[in-house]
Design a protein around this ligand. Structure first.
Ligand code: AMP
Length: 298
């Protein structure tokens, strides 16, 4: 082996081996960065890995399509998967270890303990997907215990998820720094998502209305509009032009509390969930007077 050759990336498939590896890295004084994913990676996922990479010694990502966050009529079985392609992409951005367990390795047949949050999780995706956040928080808590990261990075794309993880980390005293990465978009503005794969060519074209609606919201904000009913009206108008679109929700909420606001006077999230025939896509933007477009609430 050449001395200059990069250290091989490891794929670890059992929670016990991952946990033991993490513990021994800790004993050596190494810091661990973590980016959890459901795989079928795209540039959005890679951007989170690139945020973590320079901040820690060892970069771990997980690829796990978590069954407990899918409802009975959702896309658990059809969710796209391609571990070989994912592995190559992880290697390219300097991931050291992929944690790639199977559902039976993560959940004992009689598992019965969940992490539940009922305030921030009550609206938006929480009302359309009743068991989603319980499953998501549970698996993230489990992954935190298995991977033992010092830092974990999540996307603003799933803004309510980010806010819930931030709250769980604080409320359950996980010793982990939580960072958000901005939404990475295709050239025409569609937010990258593994689920974009499901769209027909017509739906793919129509799906850019999400981005157009959010840009309209940003424009209204820049013009000084603060009453949210005007935003809702304009957004509905833009989405209605796409024949395949059926709105799940248009929500304008306080970024910290996730409660609906009628007038914008603190950092505010405009969040959309829209079905393009069977494919449900989400997107959002943050409106605030100063600063960047990532979500950092402390
Ligand atoms: P997923 O594989 O969809 O569960 O996503 C894994 C992580 O990637 C989550 O923290 C997502 O918020 C994040 N993510 C998904 N899509 C994007 C995107 N377009 N830009 C940035 N981050 C993203």
């Amino acid at each position: 082996m050449l001395l200059t050759q990069a250290k091989a990336m490891q794929i670890i498939d059992t929670p016990l081996e991952m946990q033991q590896t993490a513990r021994s890295l800790k004993r050596e004084g190494k810091t661990i960065g973590f980016v959890p994913t459901m795989g079928y990676l795209h540039a959005g996922h890679l951007s989170l890995m690139q945020i973590a990479r320079p901040k820690i010694d060892v970069l771990v990502t997980s690829i796990f399509v978590n069954p407990t966050q899918f409802g009975p009529n959702e896309d658990l079985n059809t969710y796209p998967r391609d571990i070989e392609r994912d592995t190559r992409m992880c290697q390219e951005v300097g991931v050291d270890m992929i944690f790639y367990p199977t559902p039976p390795q993560m959940y004992a047949p009689d598992h019965s303990v969940y992490v539940v949050e009922n305030y921030l999780a009550s609206g938006l995706c929480g009302s359309s997907r009743p068991i989603h956040f319980r499953g998501m928080l549970t698996v993230v808590a489990k992954l935190f215990n298995v991977v033992q990261p010092d830092l974990a990075v999540f996307g603003q794309k799933d803004a309510q998820q980010f806010r819930l993880i931030q709250q769980m980390t604080r409320d359950l005293n996980f010793p982990i720094e939580i960072l958000a990465g901005p939404i990475i978009r295709e050239k025409d503005g569609l937010a990258m998502s593994s689920r974009n794969e499901y769209l027909s060519p017509v739906e793919r074209q129509e799906a850019i209305c999400l981005n157009q609606a959010l840009r309209k919201a940003e424009q209204l904000f820049a013009q000084g509009e603060r009453w949210t009913n005007r935003y809702e009206h304009e957004i509905e108008e833009i989405i209605r032009r796409s024949k395949s679109a059926h709105t799940d929700y248009i929500e304008i909420v306080d970024l910290k509390t996730f409660q609906p606001v009628s007038k914008i006077d603190s950092p505010t999230l405009v969040a959309l969930a829209v079905f393009f025939e069977k494919t449900r896509l989400i997107d959002n933007t943050v409106l605030r007077d100063e600063g960047d477009d990532t979500i950092q609430i402390n």
